[in-house]
Design a protein around this ligand. Structure first.
Ligand code: URA
Length: 385
Protein backbone atom coordinates (compact mmCIF):
# COMPACT_ATOMS: atom_id res chain seq x y z
CA UNK A 1 0.00 0.00 0.00
CA UNK A 2 2.92 2.34 0.74
CA UNK A 3 4.28 1.66 -2.76
CA UNK A 4 0.83 2.23 -4.26
CA UNK A 5 0.53 5.58 -2.47
CA UNK A 6 4.11 6.88 -2.74
CA UNK A 7 5.50 5.13 -5.84
CA UNK A 8 9.07 3.89 -6.28
CA UNK A 9 12.14 5.23 -8.06
CA UNK A 10 13.31 3.41 -11.21
CA UNK A 11 16.19 1.97 -9.18
CA UNK A 12 13.83 0.60 -6.50
CA UNK A 13 11.56 -0.83 -9.20
CA UNK A 14 14.54 -2.51 -10.88
CA UNK A 15 15.63 -4.05 -7.55
CA UNK A 16 12.11 -5.40 -6.97
CA UNK A 17 12.03 -6.74 -10.55
CA UNK A 18 15.36 -8.48 -10.03
CA UNK A 19 14.21 -10.05 -6.76
CA UNK A 20 10.98 -11.30 -8.39
CA UNK A 21 12.97 -12.68 -11.33
CA UNK A 22 15.23 -14.55 -8.88
CA UNK A 23 12.21 -16.25 -7.28
CA UNK A 24 12.08 -18.86 -10.05
CA UNK A 25 13.69 -20.41 -13.10
CA UNK A 26 15.00 -18.33 -15.99
CA UNK A 27 15.82 -19.33 -19.53
CA UNK A 28 19.46 -19.28 -20.59
CA UNK A 29 20.55 -19.47 -24.23
CA UNK A 30 23.75 -20.45 -26.01
CA UNK A 31 26.23 -17.65 -26.75
CA UNK A 32 25.72 -15.97 -30.10
CA UNK A 33 21.92 -16.15 -30.24
CA UNK A 34 19.99 -12.88 -30.29
CA UNK A 35 16.97 -13.50 -28.06
CA UNK A 36 14.11 -11.00 -28.36
CA UNK A 37 10.45 -10.53 -27.49
CA UNK A 38 7.57 -8.08 -27.59
CA UNK A 39 5.10 -7.33 -24.81
CA UNK A 40 1.79 -5.60 -25.35
CA UNK A 41 -0.26 -4.13 -22.52
CA UNK A 42 -3.28 -5.57 -24.33
CA UNK A 43 -6.00 -4.37 -26.61
CA UNK A 44 -9.00 -5.52 -28.62
CA UNK A 45 -8.03 -7.30 -31.84
CA UNK A 46 -4.32 -7.24 -31.01
CA UNK A 47 -2.94 -10.31 -32.75
CA UNK A 48 0.51 -8.86 -33.58
CA UNK A 49 2.36 -11.66 -31.68
CA UNK A 50 1.11 -14.32 -34.11
CA UNK A 51 2.60 -12.43 -37.06
CA UNK A 52 5.69 -10.96 -35.41
CA UNK A 53 7.18 -14.14 -33.88
CA UNK A 54 7.60 -15.95 -37.24
CA UNK A 55 8.81 -12.78 -38.99
CA UNK A 56 11.60 -12.34 -36.44
CA UNK A 57 12.49 -16.03 -36.48
CA UNK A 58 12.95 -15.75 -40.26
CA UNK A 59 15.59 -13.06 -39.53
CA UNK A 60 17.58 -15.49 -37.32
CA UNK A 61 16.37 -14.02 -34.03
CA UNK A 62 15.23 -16.38 -31.25
CA UNK A 63 11.75 -15.53 -29.93
CA UNK A 64 10.64 -17.36 -26.75
CA UNK A 65 7.26 -15.64 -26.34
CA UNK A 66 5.66 -16.44 -23.01
CA UNK A 67 2.14 -15.14 -23.37
CA UNK A 68 -1.04 -14.84 -21.37
CA UNK A 69 -4.75 -15.47 -21.52
CA UNK A 70 -7.51 -12.90 -21.75
CA UNK A 71 -7.35 -10.24 -19.03
CA UNK A 72 -10.37 -8.01 -18.46
CA UNK A 73 -11.98 -7.24 -21.82
CA UNK A 74 -8.91 -8.10 -23.88
CA UNK A 75 -8.28 -11.43 -25.55
CA UNK A 76 -5.24 -13.56 -24.82
CA UNK A 77 -2.66 -14.81 -27.30
CA UNK A 78 -2.85 -18.33 -25.85
CA UNK A 79 -6.65 -18.46 -26.26
CA UNK A 80 -6.27 -17.33 -29.88
CA UNK A 81 -3.65 -19.97 -30.71
CA UNK A 82 -5.75 -22.67 -29.06
CA UNK A 83 -8.35 -22.01 -31.78
CA UNK A 84 -5.93 -23.98 -33.99
CA UNK A 85 -6.85 -27.65 -33.49
CA UNK A 86 -4.13 -29.48 -31.55
CA UNK A 87 -2.06 -26.39 -30.66
CA UNK A 88 -0.36 -26.81 -27.26
CA UNK A 89 0.31 -23.78 -25.04
CA UNK A 90 1.54 -25.69 -21.98
CA UNK A 91 5.10 -26.47 -23.06
CA UNK A 92 7.69 -27.32 -20.41
CA UNK A 93 10.89 -25.27 -20.16
CA UNK A 94 12.72 -28.05 -22.03
CA UNK A 95 10.09 -27.97 -24.81
CA UNK A 96 10.31 -24.16 -24.98
CA UNK A 97 14.09 -24.42 -25.43
CA UNK A 98 13.71 -27.18 -28.03
CA UNK A 99 11.09 -25.41 -30.20
CA UNK A 100 12.83 -22.02 -29.93
CA UNK A 101 16.14 -23.60 -30.93
CA UNK A 102 14.80 -25.63 -33.87
CA UNK A 103 12.11 -23.26 -35.26
CA UNK A 104 13.36 -19.91 -33.93
CA UNK A 105 10.05 -18.97 -32.28
CA UNK A 106 7.65 -20.43 -29.76
CA UNK A 107 4.49 -18.98 -28.17
CA UNK A 108 3.39 -20.68 -24.97
CA UNK A 109 2.09 -20.07 -21.44
CA UNK A 110 4.11 -19.42 -18.29
CA UNK A 111 5.28 -22.54 -16.47
CA UNK A 112 4.80 -22.79 -12.69
CA UNK A 113 8.53 -22.32 -12.10
CA UNK A 114 8.77 -18.93 -13.90
CA UNK A 115 8.50 -15.94 -11.51
CA UNK A 116 6.38 -17.59 -8.78
CA UNK A 117 6.67 -14.37 -6.73
CA UNK A 118 4.53 -12.55 -9.33
CA UNK A 119 1.60 -14.91 -8.83
CA UNK A 120 1.70 -14.37 -5.05
CA UNK A 121 2.18 -10.61 -5.28
CA UNK A 122 -0.50 -10.24 -7.95
CA UNK A 123 -3.03 -12.13 -5.80
CA UNK A 124 -2.12 -9.86 -2.88
CA UNK A 125 -2.47 -6.72 -5.02
CA UNK A 126 -5.80 -7.95 -6.30
CA UNK A 127 -7.34 -8.22 -2.82
CA UNK A 128 -5.75 -4.99 -1.53
CA UNK A 129 -6.80 -2.84 -4.53
CA UNK A 130 -3.16 -2.05 -5.38
CA UNK A 131 -3.06 -3.51 -8.91
CA UNK A 132 -3.01 -0.09 -10.60
CA UNK A 133 0.44 0.95 -9.37
CA UNK A 134 2.93 1.76 -12.15
CA UNK A 135 6.04 0.40 -10.32
CA UNK A 136 4.20 -2.78 -9.33
CA UNK A 137 2.85 -3.28 -12.88
CA UNK A 138 6.38 -2.64 -14.21
CA UNK A 139 7.97 -5.22 -11.89
CA UNK A 140 5.22 -7.75 -12.67
CA UNK A 141 5.51 -7.45 -16.46
CA UNK A 142 9.27 -7.01 -16.65
CA UNK A 143 10.17 -9.87 -14.29
CA UNK A 144 8.14 -12.27 -16.46
CA UNK A 145 9.64 -10.98 -19.72
CA UNK A 146 13.22 -10.87 -18.44
CA UNK A 147 12.90 -14.48 -17.21
CA UNK A 148 12.99 -15.36 -20.93
CA UNK A 149 16.70 -14.43 -21.00
CA UNK A 150 16.30 -11.59 -23.52
CA UNK A 151 18.82 -9.40 -25.32
CA UNK A 152 16.15 -7.00 -26.59
CA UNK A 153 12.52 -6.23 -25.78
CA UNK A 154 9.95 -3.96 -27.41
CA UNK A 155 6.89 -2.83 -25.48
CA UNK A 156 3.61 -1.94 -27.15
CA UNK A 157 1.99 0.30 -24.56
CA UNK A 158 -1.54 1.13 -25.58
CA UNK A 159 -3.73 4.03 -24.60
CA UNK A 160 -7.38 4.78 -25.28
CA UNK A 161 -10.84 3.33 -24.86
CA UNK A 162 -9.78 -0.30 -25.35
CA UNK A 163 -6.55 -0.12 -23.34
CA UNK A 164 -5.57 -0.87 -19.76
CA UNK A 165 -4.22 2.72 -19.62
CA UNK A 166 -6.99 5.04 -20.80
CA UNK A 167 -4.88 8.20 -21.10
CA UNK A 168 -1.73 8.94 -23.07
CA UNK A 169 -0.08 10.35 -19.91
CA UNK A 170 -0.58 7.13 -17.92
CA UNK A 171 0.56 5.00 -20.87
CA UNK A 172 3.68 7.17 -21.25
CA UNK A 173 4.49 6.88 -17.51
CA UNK A 174 4.18 3.09 -17.67
CA UNK A 175 6.28 2.90 -20.85
CA UNK A 176 9.02 5.12 -19.36
CA UNK A 177 9.09 3.02 -16.19
CA UNK A 178 9.35 -0.29 -18.09
CA UNK A 179 11.99 1.03 -20.50
CA UNK A 180 14.08 2.39 -17.59
CA UNK A 181 13.92 -0.94 -15.72
CA UNK A 182 14.69 -3.00 -18.85
CA UNK A 183 17.75 -0.87 -19.63
CA UNK A 184 18.99 -1.00 -16.02
CA UNK A 185 18.80 -4.75 -16.25
CA UNK A 186 20.94 -4.86 -19.37
CA UNK A 187 18.22 -5.51 -21.95
CA UNK A 188 17.87 -3.22 -24.97
CA UNK A 189 14.35 -1.93 -24.37
CA UNK A 190 12.19 0.49 -26.34
CA UNK A 191 8.46 1.18 -26.32
CA UNK A 192 5.86 2.42 -28.77
CA UNK A 193 2.80 4.29 -27.47
CA UNK A 194 -0.06 3.11 -29.67
CA UNK A 195 -3.69 4.09 -30.15
CA UNK A 196 -6.34 1.65 -28.89
CA UNK A 197 -9.39 3.86 -29.47
CA UNK A 198 -10.63 1.31 -32.00
CA UNK A 199 -9.90 -2.40 -32.52
CA UNK A 200 -6.56 -3.25 -34.14
CA UNK A 201 -7.33 -4.76 -37.53
CA UNK A 202 -10.89 -5.82 -38.23
CA UNK A 203 -11.27 -9.11 -36.38
CA UNK A 204 -11.71 -9.76 -32.67
CA UNK A 205 -12.31 -13.21 -31.23
CA UNK A 206 -10.08 -16.26 -31.25
CA UNK A 207 -10.38 -18.26 -34.49
CA UNK A 208 -11.10 -15.11 -36.52
CA UNK A 209 -7.93 -13.48 -35.19
CA UNK A 210 -5.88 -16.49 -36.29
CA UNK A 211 -7.52 -16.16 -39.73
CA UNK A 212 -6.65 -12.45 -39.92
CA UNK A 213 -3.05 -13.10 -38.82
CA UNK A 214 -2.71 -15.63 -41.65
CA UNK A 215 -4.16 -13.05 -44.06
CA UNK A 216 -1.38 -10.64 -43.05
CA UNK A 217 1.24 -13.39 -43.41
CA UNK A 218 -0.16 -13.95 -46.93
CA UNK A 219 0.47 -10.30 -47.82
CA UNK A 220 -3.07 -8.98 -47.29
CA UNK A 221 -4.85 -7.91 -44.12
CA UNK A 222 -5.71 -4.51 -42.63
CA UNK A 223 -3.16 -1.69 -42.97
CA UNK A 224 -3.11 -0.71 -39.27
CA UNK A 225 -2.31 -4.26 -38.15
CA UNK A 226 0.42 -4.60 -40.78
CA UNK A 227 1.93 -1.21 -39.88
CA UNK A 228 2.11 -1.84 -36.13
CA UNK A 229 3.46 -5.38 -36.48
CA UNK A 230 6.24 -4.34 -38.85
CA UNK A 231 7.19 -1.29 -36.75
CA UNK A 232 7.46 -3.47 -33.62
CA UNK A 233 9.57 -5.88 -35.63
CA UNK A 234 11.80 -3.04 -36.85
CA UNK A 235 12.44 -1.99 -33.23
CA UNK A 236 13.77 -5.46 -32.41
CA UNK A 237 15.64 -6.02 -35.66
CA UNK A 238 17.55 -2.75 -35.22
CA UNK A 239 18.11 -3.30 -31.46
CA UNK A 240 19.55 -6.77 -32.21
CA UNK A 241 21.82 -5.28 -34.89
CA UNK A 242 20.30 -7.39 -37.70
CA UNK A 243 19.63 -4.19 -39.66
CA UNK A 244 21.21 -0.77 -39.30
CA UNK A 245 18.06 1.14 -40.16
CA UNK A 246 14.33 0.91 -39.53
CA UNK A 247 13.72 1.20 -43.28
CA UNK A 248 15.88 -1.85 -44.04
CA UNK A 249 14.13 -3.85 -41.31
CA UNK A 250 10.70 -2.90 -42.68
CA UNK A 251 11.73 -3.81 -46.23
CA UNK A 252 13.04 -7.24 -45.18
CA UNK A 253 9.86 -8.05 -43.26
CA UNK A 254 7.75 -7.08 -46.29
CA UNK A 255 9.93 -9.34 -48.45
CA UNK A 256 9.50 -12.25 -46.00
CA UNK A 257 5.73 -11.88 -46.28
CA UNK A 258 5.78 -11.45 -50.06
CA UNK A 259 7.75 -14.63 -50.78
CA UNK A 260 5.86 -16.81 -48.28
CA UNK A 261 8.74 -17.45 -45.85
CA UNK A 262 6.94 -15.78 -42.90
CA UNK A 263 3.81 -17.90 -43.38
CA UNK A 264 5.93 -21.06 -43.76
CA UNK A 265 7.67 -20.21 -40.47
CA UNK A 266 4.30 -19.72 -38.73
CA UNK A 267 3.19 -23.13 -40.00
CA UNK A 268 6.46 -24.66 -38.77
CA UNK A 269 5.90 -23.20 -35.27
CA UNK A 270 2.26 -24.36 -35.19
CA UNK A 271 3.29 -27.89 -36.19
CA UNK A 272 6.12 -27.98 -33.63
CA UNK A 273 3.51 -27.16 -30.98
CA UNK A 274 1.12 -29.89 -32.14
CA UNK A 275 -1.28 -27.72 -34.15
CA UNK A 276 -2.74 -28.32 -37.60
CA UNK A 277 -3.54 -25.27 -39.73
CA UNK A 278 -5.26 -27.41 -42.36
CA UNK A 279 -8.06 -28.57 -40.05
CA UNK A 280 -10.85 -26.06 -40.74
CA UNK A 281 -11.45 -23.64 -37.87
CA UNK A 282 -15.10 -23.25 -36.93
CA UNK A 283 -16.71 -19.83 -37.44
CA UNK A 284 -20.14 -19.10 -35.94
CA UNK A 285 -23.05 -17.68 -37.94
CA UNK A 286 -23.13 -14.02 -38.95
CA UNK A 287 -25.34 -11.29 -37.50
CA UNK A 288 -24.98 -7.81 -39.03
CA UNK A 289 -25.22 -4.69 -36.86
CA UNK A 290 -26.18 -1.61 -38.86
CA UNK A 291 -25.90 2.15 -38.34
CA UNK A 292 -29.05 3.56 -36.72
CA UNK A 293 -28.58 6.84 -38.62
CA UNK A 294 -26.21 8.47 -41.09
CA UNK A 295 -23.08 10.30 -39.94
CA UNK A 296 -19.43 9.80 -39.06
CA UNK A 297 -18.06 7.11 -36.75
CA UNK A 298 -17.11 9.59 -34.02
CA UNK A 299 -16.05 7.41 -31.08
CA UNK A 300 -15.81 3.74 -30.21
CA UNK A 301 -15.98 2.32 -26.70
CA UNK A 302 -13.46 -0.35 -27.64
CA UNK A 303 -13.45 -1.99 -24.22
CA UNK A 304 -17.23 -2.51 -24.55
CA UNK A 305 -16.59 -4.31 -27.87
CA UNK A 306 -14.21 -6.60 -25.96
CA UNK A 307 -16.95 -7.33 -23.44
CA UNK A 308 -19.28 -8.11 -26.37
CA UNK A 309 -16.86 -10.87 -27.49
CA UNK A 310 -16.87 -12.25 -23.94
CA UNK A 311 -20.69 -12.12 -23.92
CA UNK A 312 -20.67 -14.24 -27.10
CA UNK A 313 -18.48 -16.84 -25.33
CA UNK A 314 -15.14 -15.74 -26.82
CA UNK A 315 -13.63 -14.93 -23.39
CA UNK A 316 -14.04 -15.80 -19.75
CA UNK A 317 -16.34 -14.18 -17.20
CA UNK A 318 -14.99 -16.55 -14.53
CA UNK A 319 -11.75 -18.51 -14.66
CA UNK A 320 -13.50 -21.85 -15.22
CA UNK A 321 -15.44 -20.65 -18.34
CA UNK A 322 -14.66 -22.59 -21.52
CA UNK A 323 -13.88 -20.44 -24.54
CA UNK A 324 -15.80 -20.76 -27.82
CA UNK A 325 -13.13 -20.20 -30.52
CA UNK A 326 -15.77 -19.73 -33.27
CA UNK A 327 -17.29 -16.44 -32.05
CA UNK A 328 -16.18 -12.81 -32.33
CA UNK A 329 -16.70 -9.90 -34.67
CA UNK A 330 -15.42 -8.10 -37.75
CA UNK A 331 -15.65 -4.32 -37.49
CA UNK A 332 -16.64 -2.86 -40.86
CA UNK A 333 -16.23 0.87 -40.13
CA UNK A 334 -13.23 2.82 -38.85
CA UNK A 335 -13.15 6.02 -36.79
CA UNK A 336 -13.92 9.00 -39.01
CA UNK A 337 -15.63 6.92 -41.69
CA UNK A 338 -18.93 8.24 -43.12
CA UNK A 339 -21.80 5.76 -42.90
CA UNK A 340 -25.35 5.76 -44.21
CA UNK A 341 -28.41 4.86 -42.16
CA UNK A 342 -28.79 1.08 -42.25
CA UNK A 343 -25.23 0.47 -43.47
CA UNK A 344 -23.60 -2.54 -41.73
CA UNK A 345 -20.92 -1.33 -39.27
CA UNK A 346 -20.05 -4.61 -37.58
CA UNK A 347 -20.49 -8.33 -38.27
CA UNK A 348 -20.93 -10.56 -35.24
CA UNK A 349 -19.98 -14.23 -35.36
CA UNK A 350 -22.42 -15.67 -32.85
CA UNK A 351 -24.00 -18.95 -31.86
CA UNK A 352 -27.80 -19.01 -32.05
CA UNK A 353 -29.42 -17.70 -28.86
CA UNK A 354 -29.86 -14.59 -26.81
CA UNK A 355 -26.16 -13.70 -26.43
CA UNK A 356 -26.14 -12.36 -30.01
CA UNK A 357 -28.93 -9.89 -29.17
CA UNK A 358 -27.16 -8.75 -26.02
CA UNK A 359 -23.86 -8.36 -27.90
CA UNK A 360 -25.56 -6.44 -30.75
CA UNK A 361 -27.07 -4.03 -28.22
CA UNK A 362 -23.62 -3.53 -26.62
CA UNK A 363 -22.13 -2.83 -30.06
CA UNK A 364 -24.83 -0.29 -31.02
CA UNK A 365 -24.18 1.59 -27.79
CA UNK A 366 -20.39 1.35 -28.13
CA UNK A 367 -20.14 2.84 -31.65
CA UNK A 368 -21.10 6.53 -31.61
CA UNK A 369 -22.23 8.09 -34.88
CA UNK A 370 -22.39 11.89 -35.07
CA UNK A 371 -22.62 14.71 -37.59
CA UNK A 372 -19.03 15.87 -37.12
CA UNK A 373 -16.00 13.88 -38.19
CA UNK A 374 -13.60 13.26 -35.26
CA UNK A 375 -9.99 14.43 -35.33
CA UNK A 376 -7.73 11.73 -36.80
CA UNK A 377 -4.89 10.37 -34.62
CA UNK A 378 -1.78 8.44 -35.66
CA UNK A 379 -1.68 4.76 -34.73
CA UNK A 380 1.84 5.11 -33.31
CA UNK A 381 1.98 8.28 -31.23
CA UNK A 382 5.47 8.14 -29.71
CA UNK A 383 8.60 6.08 -29.40
CA UNK A 384 10.08 5.87 -25.91
CA UNK A 385 13.79 5.04 -25.59
N1 URA B 1 -0.14 -7.49 -16.51
C1 URA B 1 0.73 -8.11 -15.69
O1 URA B 1 1.33 -9.10 -16.04
N2 URA B 1 0.92 -7.61 -14.45
C2 URA B 1 0.29 -6.52 -14.00
O2 URA B 1 0.53 -6.10 -12.90
C3 URA B 1 -0.62 -5.87 -14.88
C4 URA B 1 -0.81 -6.38 -16.13
Amino acid sequence: MAVYLRGMTDEETAVLTEAMLASGATLAWPQGLQVVDKHSTGGIGDKTSLILAPLLACCDLTVPMISGRGLGATGGTLDKLEAIPGFRTNLSLDEIRAVASSVGCVITGATADLVPADRKLYALRDVTATVASIPLITASIMSKKLAEGLDALVLDVKFGSGAFMKTVDDARRLAQSMVAVGKRMGVKTTALLTDMNQPLGRMAGNGVEVDESIEVLQGAGPADLVELTLELGAELLTAAGTFATREAALAEQRALVADGRALAKFREMVEAQGGDLDVPRARAGEVLVSAAHAGYIAAIDTEALGWAVIELGGGRKVLSDKIDPAVGFEILARLGQKVDAGEPILRLFAQPGSAAHTAAAVVRKAIKISDASPQAHPLILERIV
